[in-house]
Write a protein that binds this ligand. Structure first.
Ligand code: ATP
Ligand code: LTN
Length: 330
């Protein structure tokens, strides 16, 4: 059976972008793939973060995974920091990637441009190496992610090619990023030229927002002053973003969404429908999330996940250690 793997880092409150681009799609793989979904908690340390917040946010994400329909009997749900093989493989694979390629990563360029050069952490720079380890340890065939993560998966592909060629053996499986057809890049509601991002929360809809706040945010989303509703991200980024949200959550393509609104000519009416579409999906999701958010459920899921994930990850790690010449003994 093919394998699917993905993760979310607990750097902030999850947004509608995380939901549409990633979270909502994770359950699609649990019937036909061996599905691994984890919380990338080590990745959350790449920028300063409050320990209490990190801990509670990690728990939140596990509850969100369950609320999004992941079933612990079908999907291995685990914490990155619970499986030490991630860090161990990182110490090995960090030697197989180059400064040049890591410095070209868009996410690194974005995040480091906001910092003083002297204060850019080494972990932030080396972050994609750990992400490669996450993917390669499980020999994932597919990696469901939003648009912004495709570059990191491309890097993992380069690494697989490089490593397998160097040792002339199929040690790692070639992974492939898969993104939803609509909604792989949801934009900020206050500035639709920027990605909606949990660590830059202006213009975000948070998955924990109260329904009336969600409605208000959508009603005041920045749009142009025209009245026509059609998809044109370059000239009508605000309306195009709302159309994306609507069509992703209605499971229809953009063309069909455009057809539905072509005679409306009223942004207010359109926004109301988008808001109702979001609430119809998010309110029951929030209720499910609350029902899963207790220590017993979370710990039970994580213990099972840690056990299953470690077994597979350790096997790959041993294979890599032997391949590169480390002395493995019983
Ligand atoms: P940060 O701001 O801390 O970098 P983020 O909001 O970009 O966080 P991640 O943890 O990097 O979120 O992403 C989790 C998943 O959600 C990834 O697969 C990512 O591609 C996806 N994702 C994040 N933001 C969006 C967005 N605006 N639209 C669609 N998918 C998104
Ligand atoms: N880098 C991703 C989170 C992440 C991930 C992964 C996603 C860490 N490791 C492995 C897919 C596969 C992010 O920032 N969203």
């Amino acid at each position: 059976m093919k394998r699917s793997l993905s993760g979310i880092k607990p750097t902030g409150n999850l947004t509608l972008g995380n939901y549409i681009g990633a979270l909502r799609n994770f359950k699609n793989y649990q019937d036909d793939y061996e599905n691994f979904i984890f919380v990338a908690d080590l990745h959350a340390l790449t920028l300063p973060i409050d320990p209490t917040f990190l801990r509670s946010n990690t728990k939140d994400i596990v509850a969100f995974y369950l609320a999004a329909g992941l079933d612990k009997d079908k999907t291995t749900i685990f914490l990155q920091s619970d499986v030490s093989a991630h860090s161990e493989l990182n110490s090995i694979l960090i030697n197989y990637l180059y400064m040049g390629e890591l410095s070209r990563m868009t996410q690194f360029k974005d995040k480091s441009s906001k910092l003083n050069h002297e204060a850019i952490g080494v972990g932030l720079f080396a972050y994609p190496v750990l992400m490669c380890c996450d993917i390669l340890l499980y020999n994932a065939d597919v990696v469901p992610v939003g648009e912004d993560q495709k570059q990191h998966v491309e890097l993992a592909r380069d690494l697989v090619h490089r490593f397998n060629t160097r040792y002339n053996k199929e040690i790692f499986v070639m992974p492939e990023a898969i993104s939803p057809k609509v909604g792989a890049r949801i934009m900020s509601l206050s500035d639709p030229t920027r990605k909606m991002s949990k660590s830059d929360p202006r213009g975000d809809i948070f998955l924990k927002d109260e329904p009336n706040i969600i409605r208000k945010k959508i009603m005041s989303a920045v749009t142009d002053t025209d009245t026509d509703i059609y998809y044109d991200p370059e000239h009508k980024p605000g309306i195009s973003n709302l159309l994306q949200i609507y069509s992703a959550l209605s499971d229809i393509d953009i063309k069909e969404a455009e057809m539905r609104f072509k005679d409306m000519h009223q942004y207010g009416e359109f926004k109301k429908i988008v808001a109702e579409t979001v609430l119809k999906e998010i309110v029951p999701f929030q209720e499910r999330y609350k029902s899963f958010l207790n220590n017993e459920t979370i710990n039970d899921v994580l213990n099972t996940g840690k056990y299953r994930a470690s077994k597979i990850a350790n096997k790959t790690l041993t294979k890599v250690k032997k391949t590169v010449g480390l002395y493995v003994h019983e």
